[in-house]
Design a protein around this ligand. Sequence first.
Ligand code: UTP
Length: 292
Amino acid sequence: MSVKKAIIPAAGLGTRFLPATKAMPKEMLPIVDKPTIEYIVEEAIDSGIEDIIIVTGKGKRAIEDHFDHSFELEESLIRKEKFELLERTRKSANLDIHYIRQKSPKGLGHAIWSARKFIGNEPFAVLLGDDIVQNEKPCLKQLMDEYEEINSSIIAVQQVAESETHRYGIIDPAVSSGSRYEVSRFVEKPPKGTAPSNLAIIGRYILTPEVFRFLDDQEIGAGGEIQLTDAIEKLNKTQKVYAYEFEGKRYDVGEKLDFIKTTIDMALTREDLRKPLLDYLEGVMTNKSSLK
Ligand code: UTP
């Protein structure tokens, strides 16, 4: 069965980005002129996903408003003959997106579990609402192509610095074939110095619906949260869960420095911004000693 549905969890508190995220969801932080979550929705659609459910929570109404029509705004753009902007504003409103509320932010595993009725008995994708991956072939499409071959759960991993492994879910790789690994263990946020490898789970997954059986346990894991990685570890004991070292550059937009890097890199891909931004950056480098 092919993968047609995707869950985008976006109900976290975004504490690493406070106070900006006190009243605004971090998934709505703009990268140049588009909210982060729109890049993620586009990746899902470009990969062939047909139905998207966004898991939202308290204070996340801006996400629903963004993917809806704003008739006042559209009329005003028509009156001012700003047709290109009109087109871009309508693009996000025309998508068919579903929503479910996670009653309290108990962790990523709980957010995914909240969407179980929408998924039913099908394999599904998960794209984290604050992770952007840049690559010509979308990261999720890479996973979907692998899934077509193996018909088993598969999750995206990338190498991270050893000093960073305690911030991620980490795999203990067993057999590898090219970029695909069989995994003997999945560990969420291993304490410093105990990580079984430096292959970290990032925000793209394809999972079989059997994972919900383990999420039903609502077991509390690292950081006092219900962790998706813990359910994946249990799933791997009954049916194989593969890891895939994807191609592309990944940004954690929920983290300040990565957010700034994403903004710069995305702006550099834009024809209207590239030259003036490069000039500006050159100026910053030349004068950096006076910028303290
Ligand atoms: P993060 O751990 O990066 O999000 O979760 P967070 O908890 O909002 O971040 P900090 O650490 O407090 O800054 C990854 C994704 O999972 C969602 C988040 O919205 C984010 O897109 N998430 C996390 C949920 O939907 N519900 C949760 O309970 C936790």
